[in-house]
Design a protein. Structure first.
Ligand code: AKG
Length: 223
């Protein structure tokens, strides 16, 4: 059940940051500082530090408006609480204007319609998500998953899906953008591990598409 009340979390963002009105600055969401990090010949991440300049205000706004849910997971025979809160706008739901301002430039740049949004709230360092790849890989061969991180920085790690040591470590927060692309969801796993020393809450806005981009080459599924 979605909960309309604002979660109580701590993060020392700028209290004076105001959310820019959509389109007020043409350079508000600029890709000028984006760099591509190739994981291998087929998979890559694009990283744009500080992509959302008014990130503290966006954090604050989403805390207020998102339909927060505490989901449970079946573990062995028990139902356990998922260690984070989530808010989901599935494909077909009207995305709020604050999210549409993010999807518009991303959809244009990457040539796909980002049409669903899952926001995760890691309330403190005890909240986490285990190693996994996103389920959108089951319906799309080459899904893009774009994530805007707000609030405290947390480790975001990648390792090969087939197993092996951590291959990349990032520490996204405070408006950073990470886009996973190519075969990333098929051949790599990612995690946000528990972190005792986390300095506060982190929110990740994850954006996905439900249809392949026009003209994008399709890659056969592995296996
Ligand atoms: O919080 C993040 O950056 C990752 C979230 C994630 O992987 C997921 O929700 O599937």
């Amino acid at each position: 059940m979605a909960d309309r009340s604002r979660p109580r979390v701590a993060w020392q963002g700028s209290l004076f940051d105001e959310l820019a009105e959509g389109g007020s600055s043409p350079d508000r969401l600029s890709f000028a500082h984006l760099r591509r990090d190739a994981l291998d010949a087929r998979s890559w991440l694009d990283v744009a530090p500080g992509w959302v300049p008014d990130h503290a205000a966006l954090f604050d706004r989403l805390l207020d408006i998102a339909p927060w849910q505490q989901r449970t997971r079946t573990m062995w025979d028990d139902q356990v609480l998922e260690p984070r809160l989530v808010a989901h706008w599935p494909t077909g739901a009207a995305l709020p204007p604050e999210v549409l301002e993010l999807t518009a430039p991303l959809s244009q740049r990457y040539g796909v319609e980002l049409d669903s949004c899952l926001v995760n709230l890691y309330r403190d360092g005890a909240d986490a998500v285990a190693w996994h790849a996103d389920t959108v890989r089951k319906v799309l061969r080459d899904p893009l998953v774009a994530t805007v991180s707000l609030g405290a920085r947390r480790a975001f790690l990648l390792r090969p899906a087939a197993g092996g040591p951590v291959a990349r470590r990032y520490a996204p927060g405070e408006g950073d953008l990470i886009v996973m692309g190519g075969a990333c969801q098929h051949e790599w796993h990612h995690t946000v591990p528990r972190e005792k020393s986390a300095s506060g809450a982190r929110m990740s806005i994850t954006l996905r598409h439900s249809r392949p981009g026009s003209g994008r080459p399709e890659r056969p599924r592995p296996g």
